[in-house]
Design a protein around this ligand. Sequence first.
Ligand code: NAD
Length: 416
Amino acid sequence: MEINPFEVAKKQIDIVAKEMGLDKNTTEYLKRIERALIVSIPIIMDDGSLKIFEGYRVHHSTVRGPGKGGIRFAPNVNLDEVKALATWMTWKTSLLNLPLGGAKGGVRVDPRKLSKKELERLTRRYTAEIINIIGPDIDIPAPDVNTNAQVMAWIMDVYSMQKGRSVPGVVTGKPIEIGGSVGREPATGMGLYFVLQAICDKLDLNLKSLSVVIQGFGNVGGTIADLLYNHGCKIIAISDLTSGLYYEKGLDITKLLEWVKNGNYLKDYKNENYKKIVNEELLTLKCDILIPAAIENQITKENADKIDTKIVLEGANGPTTPEADDILFNKRIHVVPDILANSGGVTVSYFEYIQDIHSYFWNLDRINKELKRIILEAFEETYKISIERKIPLRTAAYIIAVSRIAKAIELRGIFP
Ligand code: NAD
């Protein structure tokens, strides 16, 4: 049965509300999104035919600042998925104590079937359709699944053309040449790395000696694979949409990244030692660290019992359902939740946003130092609460995030 991510997001709110004794009114308030825009995106295809795609932009909460969240282009994107992703962004920005809210966008399209020109037309028309609810003071999009710096550059161009001036602060994750930040592209993977080092220290594990399995080999999965591989870890399995590759002695990540960066898929990679496996098999491989870095609802009550790892480090948003969380907690598997583990991306996006506003750009050393400081502060706070209350890291992280939002709602009051 299809799992509805927004139902998962609402269930997570119920769990934390119960744990922290949150009042009923605030709980109900938090389960609602502020606004959603559904748009039709007509595109003239290269062969002259017309195709119409559906797109979304959702603001879950702007109570602590402008909306912030990525845009994904994928064939199964739907309104409830985008609502869930926007909700998770609210908790993430709050947990990291960034003065931002939660938003997300998406277009229901398989970008692999579009030419570059079609992709550009789609991006530009989508931007024009959502232009009234984005902007540096309103909601600032960023890359997510199947979108990248080039897509952000087109969005910035459309927005700037409408305003009659260059507005780099409308998106983050832009190319550096037009106001992007150094360190933004690998930031999510870098954040995962800092958090993983921190939890390994707490658990007395030597990161170098650990075996790692990673689902998803794009921006997030590829970057963390690269960082861990160069740190000396053994990456025994990776996957993309098309296939997984497994080698118990450890894959050559440098060669695999090269392969993927040249536009190839893992299903076509040739190495006689590497076994092709499907994503379901990959998730249940015995390893020390499992990093889901693809899409949501991958660890569910159907397979949680078979997960054989010490730490689940959530690179993706929403990869674990609440039922699976319970099973993993009972199995004493540490789940480092998405809103903490993958928050490096939004943190450096925030740095990019400030740099654009000030027209003053930082160097990589400063970016990584500030990222490490902010993400580790959130980690320490979360870890402390989880130990004190004997609760999963996710519930602890939610307590911090939800408390800040609840306080902001209380202080601002309900309009009118
Ligand atoms: P990406 O498009 O760069 O890579 C996605 C990877 O997952 C690809 O290897 C793709 O083949 C694979 N994949 C896609 N669908 C799959 C499926 N059904 N089964 C198995 N593999 C599949 O995207 P990304 O930016 O790396 O994002 C991955 C996840 O991380 C998403 O959940 C995203 O929301 C989350 N995330 C991304 C960022 C960021 O800065 N890019 C920040 C925080 C969280």
